[in-house]
Design a protein around this ligand. Sequence first.
Ligand SMILES: C[S@@+](CC[C@H](N)C(=O)[O-])C[C@H]1O[C@@H](n2cnc3c(N)ncnc32)[C@H](O)[C@@H]1O
Length: 220
Amino acid sequence: MMLRVLEPELMEDAGQVFAYAQADFNRPHSEFIRRIKTLVKNPDFNGKALDLGCGPGDISCRFIKAFPSATLDAIDGSRLMIDFASNTIDKKLLERLNFIHGKIPETSLPNNAYEIIFSNSLLHHLPDPQVLWHTIKQYSKSGTYIAIMDLVRPGRTYLAKTLVDMYASSEPEVLQQDFYNSLLAAFSLEEITNQLAEADLPLSVEKVSDRHVFISGVIA
Ligand SMILES: C[S@@+](CC[C@H](N)C(=O)[O-])C[C@H]1O[C@@H](n2cnc3c(N)ncnc32)[C@H](O)[C@@H]1O
């Protein structure tokens, strides 16, 4: 089995941020929003949501459009990511979407508890995965919907290379390298299941594609 290889926690390199922000993530991101809709079941949801590690804000925007009565706090530790998100978004959406520059767990969030907490592709960036699970526990309450998506680490290095060739061969070199590094930094399903047990967070863990895991549930 291939061991985890950490990548830098925050995405702060200008070339990397720009390539990531320009990349076409339409399929996985629309699929993620579809899964959140299935979980929440209510398109009229009018509560507070939280996006952890929002990056350039593509999913934050999709969420706020999919739930036209919701408000959203979206946080990222990278100044460049938050600037990109704030500068490119349709300004009208900023009435319901608050981009926050801050790193979890150090930064405290504007609300004590949220009704939906979601995150895509943050978990594999964290040296200590419990940072995500503890933040979820801290900022949720009974009934909070949780939806987390991330990559799954393949069992062998050559499988990571195969996935890069399958899904990113037409992308710029910096993005291919980024995807490869992310696959090596990601967790296995077993590791995620153990993390949730350690955090006493009973969420379901499903492998939903050849490279993605979806972790979801409702807080008791
Ligand atoms: C791969 S990007 C994902 C961005 C976005 N969620 C998406 O799916 O397009 C991961 C993001 O997490 C941010 N990040 C990493 N560790 C963080 C932390 N402890 N607190 C806040 N943001 C963090 C990085 O700066 C980066 O922008």
